[in-house]
Design a protein around this ligand. Structure first.
Ligand code: SF4
Length: 145
């Protein structure tokens, strides 16, 4: 029974992993790295199974309380990336996977990246943006609407 439950979690974890890694990447990955990632994906599934915990909350717990590298997607992240000019998938996990594929998967990087996005959204990229003072102004398409 326990083994069945654990294997189901591993299957879920592998399903998440295979969404963002090629079979070759999985095969080339050191066993301890793969184990850490499966462990993180399993924890994420367990958090999402709790009533009231959605993906943003689950990823916030994983990143800041459990040191597991999942990129947190929130409205600030979407707002900034959209305004800069990126075409974003609408689904939470699609955008999370896109960012995780393009930003080195490292817990400190993901913690700081999210914190900086929040700070940037509060300081410059507010609902009515302060583009004249924004350090990203030169490279931003300013898609405000
Ligand atoms: S230039 Fe304006 S729209 Fe672009 S990131 Fe900065 S504040 Fe936001």
């Amino acid at each position: 029974m326990t083994q069945n439950t654990n294997w189901k979690n591993v299957e879920k974890a592998l399903a998440i992993l295979t969404g963002k890694l090629t079979p070759q990447q999985i095969l080339a990955m050191p066993v301890d790295t793969l184990a850490r990632r499966i462990e993180g994906a399993t924890l994420r599934n367990e958090l999402l199974a709790v009533n009231g915990i959605g993906p943003e909350t689950a990823d916030s717990i994983l990143v800041y309380a459990l040191d597991k590298p999942f990129f947190i997607i929130d409205n600030y992240t979407r707002r900034i990336l959209h305004r800069i000019g990126f075409e974003l998938p609408t689904g939470y996990d699609q955008l999370r996977l896109l960012l995780e594929q393009n930003i080195p998967r490292n817990i400190t990087t993901y913690q700081q990246y999210h914190a900086l996005l929040v700070e940037h959204a509060k300081r410059y990229c507010t609902k009515i943006p302060q583009c004249q003072h924004c350090p990203l102004s030169k490279c931003c398409q300013k898609r405000i609407k």
